[in-house]
Structure formats: C-alpha cells, structure tokens
Design a protein around this ligand. Sequence first.
Ligand SMILES: *[C@@H]1O[C@H](CO)[C@@H](O)[C@H](O)[C@H]1NC(C)=O
Ligand SMILES: *[C@@H]1O[C@H](CO)[C@@H](O)[C@H](O)[C@H]1NC(C)=O
Ligand SMILES: *[C@@H]1O[C@H](CO)[C@@H](O)[C@H](O)[C@H]1NC(C)=O
Ligand SMILES: *[C@@H]1O[C@H](CO)[C@@H](O)[C@H](O)[C@H]1NC(C)=O
Ligand SMILES: *[C@@H]1O[C@H](CO)[C@@H](O)[C@H](O)[C@H]1NC(C)=O
Ligand SMILES: *[C@@H]1O[C@H](CO)[C@@H](O)[C@H](O)[C@H]1NC(C)=O
Ligand SMILES: *[C@@H]1O[C@H](CO)[C@@H](O)[C@H](O)[C@H]1NC(C)=O
Ligand SMILES: *[C@@H]1O[C@H](CO)[C@@H](O)[C@H](O)[C@H]1NC(C)=O
Length: 289
Amino acid sequence: MVQLIYLSTFIFSFLTLSSADDAAVMAKLLASFSTAPSGWSNSTDYCNWTNVVCDRGRVTEIELIAQSLSGTLPSDLGTLTRLEILSLQENSFSGPMPSFANHTSLRYLYLDNNNFSSIPSGFFQGLTNLQVLYLSENHNIAPWTIPTELTQATSLLRFYASDTNIFGSLPDFFGSFPNLTDLGLAYNNLSGTLPQSFGGSRIRKLRLERQKNGLSGTIDVLSSMTQLSQVWLFENEFIGPIPDLSNCTSLFDLQLSDNQFTGLIPDSLMSIATLRNVSLDNNERIGKL
Ligand SMILES: *[C@@H]1O[C@H](CO)[C@@H](O)[C@H](O)[C@H]1NC(C)=O
Ligand SMILES: *[C@@H]1O[C@H](CO)[C@@H](O)[C@H](O)[C@H]1NC(C)=O
Ligand SMILES: *[C@@H]1O[C@H](CO)[C@@H](O)[C@H](O)[C@H]1NC(C)=O
Ligand SMILES: *[C@@H]1O[C@H](CO)[C@@H](O)[C@H](O)[C@H]1NC(C)=O
Ligand SMILES: *[C@@H]1O[C@H](CO)[C@@H](O)[C@H](O)[C@H]1NC(C)=O
Ligand SMILES: *[C@@H]1O[C@H](CO)[C@@H](O)[C@H](O)[C@H]1NC(C)=O
Ligand SMILES: *[C@@H]1O[C@H](CO)[C@@H](O)[C@H](O)[C@H]1NC(C)=O
Ligand SMILES: *[C@@H]1O[C@H](CO)[C@@H](O)[C@H](O)[C@H]1NC(C)=O
C-alpha cells in the first residue's frame, strides 16, 4: 500500500512537471508575438486559449492561421512533446523555424507562407510520425539542400517546400516513403535530373516547375510512376522525347511547357482517358499529330 501511494505520487508529480513545462513554453510563445492572437492572454490557462487543444494539461494542437502574427518563435517550442498539430501558416513569422527534431507525436506541421530566415540543423531528424509538412513560400530563407535525415519521416504523405531557396539535386530516396502522394518543390534552385527512385514511389502530385537554372535530363522515369495525376514540370531544361505514359492511368494534368523536349507527341498520351489538361508550348521541336 505504501508502495502504491508512493508510485501514484510519483506519477502525479511527473504529470504536473510536464504540464508546468508546457505552461512555461506557452507563456514564452505568447510573449514572442508582437501582438497577442485573439483569445490568448497570460491571465487565463493556456489550455483555454482559442484554438489550443490540450489533453490532461499537455498541448496537443495549436492553430494560428492567417492572423497577421509576427515575431520570432521560441527555440524550445519543441519541448511541447505531446504536440501533434501545429498550424502557423499565412502569418509573418521571422527568425529560424522552430525545430521538432526527434518528436514522435508530431503529425502535421504547417509553417508555410511566412518569412522565416532559416531551417535549424537537425530539423528533419527523427520525425517518424510526421504525415504533412508544409514549408512553402518562405522567400527569405537561407539557401538549403534536402537532407538525408528526411528519410526518417517514413510516415510522410505530403511534403511541400516551394519557393524556399532549395538548391542542389533532388535526392534519390523518394521511393522509400511508402505513403508519399504529394511532392511540391517548385520555384527553387534545384538542378540535375529526376531521380530513378521516383519510379518506385506512389507520388500522385509532382510539382517541380520553375527552377532557377532548371532541372535537366529526360523525364523517362515518369512512365513508371503509375499513380501520377498531376505533373507540373514547366520552365526547366528537360530534354528528349515525351515518354510513353500509358501506365499512368490516373493522369489528368500534364504541364511540360518551356523545356527542351523534342520529337512527336506520342499516341499513347491520347489514350489516357483521364487526361484533361496538357501543355507542351515552347519546346524545341514537338511535332503535332
Ligand atoms: C501579461 O501581459 C501583459 C500585457 O498583455 C504584460 O504587460 C505582462 O507583463 C504580462 N505578464 C507576464 C507575467 O508575462
Ligand atoms: C477554462 O474554461 C472552462 C470553461 O469555460 C472553465 O470552467 C475553467 O475554469 C477554465 N480554466 C481555467 C484554468 O481558466
Ligand atoms: C522578411 O524578413 C526580412 C529579413 O530577413 C525583412 O527584411 C523583410 O522586411 C521581412 N518581410 C516581411 C514581409 O515581413
Ligand atoms: C535526435 O536523436 C538522434 C538519435 O538519438 C541524435 O543523434 C540526434 O542528435 C537528435 N537530434 C536532435 C536535433 O536532437
Ligand atoms: C502507410 O499507410 C498505410 C495505410 O494507411 C498504413 O497502414 C501504414 O502504417 C503507413 N505506413 C507508414 C510507414 O506510415
Ligand atoms: C543555384 O544553386 C547553385 C548551386 O547549385 C549556385 O551556384 C547558384 O548561385 C544558385 N543560383 C541562385 C540564383 O540562387
Ligand atoms: C506498363 O506496364 C506493363 C505491365 O507492368 C509493362 O509490361 C509495360 O512495359 C509498361 N509500359 C510502359 C510504357 O512502361
Ligand atoms: C489547365 O492548365 C492551365 C495552365 O496551367 C490552368 O490555368 C488551368 O486552370 C488548368 N485547368 C484545369 C481544369 O486544371
């Protein structure tokens, strides 16, 4: 009995300690905003703030979408270890992105359409349950390359980082995400070719248009990306013929304009029943049928 009381006291103080940590970080978060979001105040409990969800005193969800917020977020936001959903998109946050490295609770992270200055090192480590990652439209971010640590995010469904100053090549590991359906890396400075591992991927939406110097090589790998529905590759330096895409039976939107493609429009393209929207303007020598 004594042992039981001791044990429950221990568990109780452990829970209290963790909630106290969340309270301190939430107070810091509130203080970091240049103006407080509506429904947030240091005179009420953080679990009662508008669009904050808690589970037994621990923060699981924070949603502050398009609220004209600015400021630099506290670097220890990642100590909210029970956080599952963080939606901070469409504000004007600056400074480094908050890091949630090795967070196994985080499932949805929206930091897009802000003014972050950098991605901290280790940012992509150990995000094993992350399903949705939106970083797009942070124009002033320090140039970065896609790190190998991203492969640890094995649960990824959608990854968007368009217009975020990415340079270097597309890594050859996108076939290793069993459930990745959306990859959006448009308006960056990616160079090199489409990786072979795209062939084994389940990607449906592929957005790689408008790279500064242009992606190059052929797009032959698309013919084995059978789940594709939308492919935007315009304004790059791709070459070669349009491949046989007849196994891409869900394809409806294919945008290939402003590249260096040559040859004839293959008959097989016309046989894709789902295809609705095709653009091939401004290529080298695409013969009309
Ligand atoms: C609470 O917020 C007010 C302004 O909203 C501020 O003046 C005060 O310093 C804050 N208190 C703490 C403890 O942060
Ligand atoms: C949070 O809000 C609920 C319902 O409005 C209220 O009963 C409770 O006392 C509040 N808790 C705190 C700590 O402010
Ligand atoms: C974005 O941040 C840069 C500094 O990195 C600053 O010069 C610029 O004014 C900011 N833009 C907006 C829209 O907040
Ligand atoms: C994440 O965990 C790994 C393995 O334990 C460790 O090596 C790494 O430093 C951690 N990353 C961060 C940013 O804490
Ligand atoms: C992929 O999705 C399936 C079906 O939703 C799910 O059972 C599986 O756990 C997911 N795999 C990973 C690595 O998240
Ligand atoms: C694009 O990236 C290359 C390195 O791959 C770099 O040399 C070049 O300066 C970058 N261009 C722009 C416009 O950022
Ligand atoms: C389409 O798939 C079939 C069956 O897997 C395969 O034999 C054929 O070569 C594929 N066609 C193309 C153009 O990749
Ligand atoms: C087709 O593509 C054009 C050019 O990208 C776009 O403006 C239009 O909305 C697309 N239509 C459909 C039905 O997706």
